[in-house]
Design a protein. Structure first.
Length: 166
């Protein structure tokens, strides 16, 4: 009986790993979970109620090509406390950080928490999943676009459709 149970358990967990999307697998591999995730549906609802600030933690080049509507550029390498102060955010303001899929944004989220911001969330799947689910992204002129920065060839594989740029 034990060999059959062992085989079943192995098959069950193998099936579960196959069912995970590449984004799910990458986030489990690279993230610690120190910043709670927020799904794109909930984030979009909060955005419609104007009850959240989106901070784009990608590079300036990535942001210029496309970003979420109403997002503020905070950067990753460029991130610093003085840049954050220019946004004049209350420490209790709900903040959603995002990047391509959610790895760099988690690191910036940790920095925000250390600076005393309490309501920091990491957009699950980042701008890629937001886009893949048919949500609007805009260019630097505030127009909807299908262009999206792919970060590099490896990460661009997570974009479904669209026009990845580098």
């Amino acid at each position: 009986m034990r060999p059959i149970l062992s085989i079943f358990v192995i098959l069950f967990f193998t099936a579960l790993s196959w069912a995970q999307s590449p984004i799910d697998q990458a986030l489990k591999r690279y993230n610690s979970g120190d910043i709670p995730y927020i799904d794109t549906k909930t984030a979009a609802q909060w955005q419609q109620k104007d009850s959240v600030v989106f901070l784009d933690t990608r590079s300036a080049k990535e942001f210029t090509i496309s970003h979420l509507p109403e997002a503020q550029f905070i950067g990753y390498k460029e991130f610093n406390q003085s840049k954050l102060k220019t946004l004049n955010l209350d420490k209790a303001t709900p903040i959603i950080v995002y990047c391509s899929i959610g790895v760099r944004s988690e690191q910036i989220g940790v920095k925000l928490k250390k600076l005393g911001y309490h309501n920091v969330y990491n957009l699950y799947g980042g701008i890629f999943l937001w886009y893949n689910q048919g949500r609007t992204i805009i260019d630097n002129d505030q127009r909807p676009t299908r262009e999206i920065h792919g970060y590099d060839q490896h990460w661009a594989q997570y974009i479904e459709g669209g026009s990845p740029r580098f």
